[in-house]
Ligand binder design. Sequence first.
Ligand code: LIP
Length: 252
Amino acid sequence: MAESFIDTAIRAARAAGALLRENFGTELSVDAMHDHDIKLELDVRSQELITQILLEAHPEHALFGEEGVTGDQDSAYQWIVDPIDGTVNYFYSIPHFCVSIGLQHQGQRILGVVYDPMLDELFQAQRGQGALRNGVPIHVSRRSLGDAVITIGFSKDKASIDAGLEHYRQIAYSVRKTRVFGSAALALAYIASGRLDAYIEEQISIWDIAAGWLLIEEAGGMVEVRDSPVKPGTQAIIASNGVVDLAAVSRA
Ligand code: LIP
């Protein structure tokens, strides 16, 4: 009997997480160093490992990741993979990064797994079956704006940084605290588990958010994704516990 999609995704996330843990803090090979971003050779190795596990178990599937596209692109099933979300954190030995694996069927999100190998926290969701952290059900918080801890992403270009700064200026006085963590996928997982209450970023890629998007939906929160106003071909995201209305505040 074929392995279930969720079991394959968890196996792949844990295997890639072990690779990242083993190499954490070591000398890393840099593929590209940008003003506000870094690409590592380990990003590629992690995605190769994830791809091998997913497509060996499900050879008829497609895979779309930060490091490339593999498999049958006509398949109804498409894996969306970020092999290291929080690559800059990883390079600076900041232990806040994860592996993010989502699965779509005919364009609908049906599965999401986000794995933090440093805390050994595995967040998972399947459509209609709720969200879990290490096997225990999770739910978004019920905090309102004034009690909220929110996170803002600034991405990697001047336009996205300017947009993030404007959001910070508009929001910071209205919430308990504003944080910048550097991993979109963990920000979404933290909202799903009630640690954070909202997240906004004006330039993000689908591989950063595909898995965490479903986590929040299955944990009772809300996610709005639209085309990025600052960089064509990327997305803008507002995610929340469904109580905090960041869009209203940042329109103020
Ligand atoms: C990162 C995102 C983060 C964003 C960074 C970068 P990566 O993903 O998780 O939210 O602000 O610019 O895109 O590149 O580490 O996979």
